[in-house]
Design a protein. Structure first.
Length: 77
């Protein structure tokens, strides 16, 4: 189910990104084609996935380091 959740999150985020661009870009004076919006949405989705992955690894590392040094949640035990 984690894979289904993650996939749903990515697909929903991509759709929201593209839809948001189509609505917001003209308001701020940016004109793009539908194809350009799909491409920009894809690029931001890839960046978002990379950010999420890096932060997850960082927090897992910090959590593992915290437990191995006798600390819990960053506080002394």
């Amino acid at each position: 189910m984690s894979l289904v959740e993650a996939t749903t999150n990515v697909v929903a985020g991509y759709g929201l990104s593209v839809g948001g661009q189509l609505l917001i870009f003209p308001i701020v004076g940016l004109e793009t084609t539908f194809r350009q919006s799909l491409q920009v949405g894809l690029l931001f989705t890839v960046l978002s996935l990379g950010r999420s992955y890096a932060l997850r690894r960082l927090f897992e590392h910090l959590g593992a380091h915290s437990f191995s040094s006798g600390k819990m949640g960053g506080r002394d035990a």
